[in-house]
Each structure stands twice: as C-alpha cells, then as structure tokens.
Design a protein around this ligand. Structure first.
Ligand code: GLN
Length: 281
C-alpha cells in the first residue's frame, strides 16, 4: 500500500495541463474507481497496481496525450462516450450542431437521421438519446470506429434504434448501398487542410486519427464528395447540418448550393466561430 496526497497529484500536473485540480480528480477517480466528485484534498491509500497506474497516467498526460484518450471516456453534450485512438475525440464545438439538429427534429417531428463519418457516434447517439422515437444510421469508413460507436449506442441504451454501416461516400454506389432516404443528414467530416495538420496541438495530431482530420489539400475534399451524394439520400424538405472549420463556412455553403441545396442558417460555436451550416433540400 502506498500513501498519496491528492495535492501532490495536482502539483505533478501543474504547468503541464490547463486544469490540474480538475484533471487530478478525474485521474484519481479513475484509478480508485470512484466518482471524481468524491475525490477531495486528503491522503489516499493506493495499492501498488493503482500507484503504477497513477504514475503512468501522469506521465502520459505530461507528454501531451489527451486525458480522454488515456482513460477512454469523454463527456460530450449531455452524455459520456467511450473513446479511443480510433475515433476523433468529441469536441464542445460540435455541441452547436447537436443542439441545432435537436431543435429541428423537435419542431419538424423528424424521424430518421443519417450521420456521415460518425466516429464515436457522439452526434447521432446524442440525438437518439434525446428523442426516443428517432431512428438513425451512422456511416464510417473505419470499422474500428464503428466498434466504438456500437458500444456507445449500447451504453446509452439506443442500440435498438440505430445501425452502423462501413461505407465510403467516395463509393459510386453509396446511395444504393445505404438503400434509403433520410429526413436529416448530419456530418462533422474531416476538414483540416492537409498542410495544417502538422501545426496542430500534439493532443490532436498525434492522438486523433489522421483520417478523421485530413480534409485534403484545401480542406474541402469531403464536403465536395458528400455534396454529390446528398441529393440522392436526403428526402424532400430534409435538413442537412454540417460542421466546418474556422473561415470555411462560406466555401462550404457554396459547395452545397451548387448541388441545389438551400442555405438556411450558419451558426457560431461558443468561441464565436462560424461552425455549423444548415441547409435544406
Ligand atoms: N474540430 C477538429 C479540430 O479542429 C477537427 C475535426 C474535423 O476535421 N472534423 O481539431
């Protein structure tokens, strides 16, 4: 048994992470299998195994590995998701899209949502958890990501109302393979211009899957591919909600307008960035 002062855990994170006390509580909670709110500034007694785990987590964290990738969980919107290095970590920026989608689903009584590039499933599954009569399909090119998404569907108890398909929107038969239309399509596709990726934070460029970030040379490759497919899979009057990166909203809007979609609104995230574009068929 090893005695550990909580304050020393906090000190070992200080200067290395933005919120050492908060993260210290999450880490201690994880190691001791307690709710992080129960962790208080006192001396804890750890087994040798727990102590090794604690040291290893602090080391990984100090080297820039994001906390959620270490402990395998991330809170997003109203729910907790399993994550791994096979999926993009859910970001608060994406909650803008989820909230906007929820308002439209409620107002228009929408029934069927498609999530393109579902990753952990955080967008689709948040919507299914909020709306008990909604059905959804999540598409991803990564089978490993879909395994995580399916697990998250079970955790949230919505697995009866969704299915997941390993498909590429670059596939000529994409629409046929999906085999149905949707009254809402949502997507947070990879949108970082390839050259910019090496300039991102370690926590992003080294731990999020490259394929979930890489938007091709100008960042718009996936929007162009998706735009070609949307008219075949979105039902009449259906809604399309897209996330985009900084200063991309106007270009993304134009790409989709060229395919006959009607722009409705562009929404800013909490950081003031134009983040979510809403279009209608
Ligand atoms: N929002 C992510 C970032 O900037 C990128 C996600 C994406 O390409 N869809 O780190």
């Amino acid at each position: 048994m090893i005695k550990i002062e909580f304050d020393n855990v906090v000190k070992s994170l200080a200067g290395k992470v933005d919120s050492p006390r908060l993260e210290g509580r999450i880490i201690m909670g994880y190691v001791l299998k307690k709710d992080d709110n129960e962790i208080i500034p006192k001396t804890y007694t750890l087994t040798i195994e727990q102590h090794k785990q604690l040291e290893s987590i602090i080391k990984q964290r100090s080297q820039g590995c994001p906390l959620d990738k270490i402990i395998g969980e991330k809170d997003f919107y109203k729910y907790r998701f399993k994550v791994s290095q096979d999926v993009l970590s859910p970001r608060p920026d994406t909650e803008t899209l989820v909230e906007a989608a929820g308002k439209l689903i409620f107002k228009n009584n929408l029934k069927k949502v498609l999530d393109l590039g579902t990753g952990s499933g955080c967008i689709l599954l948040s919507l299914l958890a909020d709306f008990p009569s909604l059905f959804g399909v999540g598409v991803d090119i990564s089978n490993k990501a879909l395994t995580i998404a399916k697990e998250n569907a079970q955790r949230l108890g919505v697995e009866q109302r969704c299915c997941f398909k390993e498909l590429s929107w670059d596939d000529e038969k994409f629409a046929d393979k999906l085999g149905e239309e949707f009254d809402m399509i949502v997507s947070n596709p990879p949108y970082i211009p390839r050259e910019d990726i090496k300039g991102l934070d370690t926590g992003v460029k080294d731990y999020d899957p490259f394929g979930a970030l890489d938007g091709g040379e100008d960042g718009y490759d996936h929007y162009r591919l998706i735009a070609k497919k949307v008219p075949q899979i979105l039902s009449k009057e259906g809604y399309l909600l897209l996330e985009c990166g900084i200063n991309q909203a106007e270009d993304v809007k134009n790409i989709f307008e060229k395919q006959g979609l009607n722009w409705q609104k562009t929404l800013r995230d909490l950081g003031g960035v134009e983040r979510c574009i809403i279009l209608k068929k």
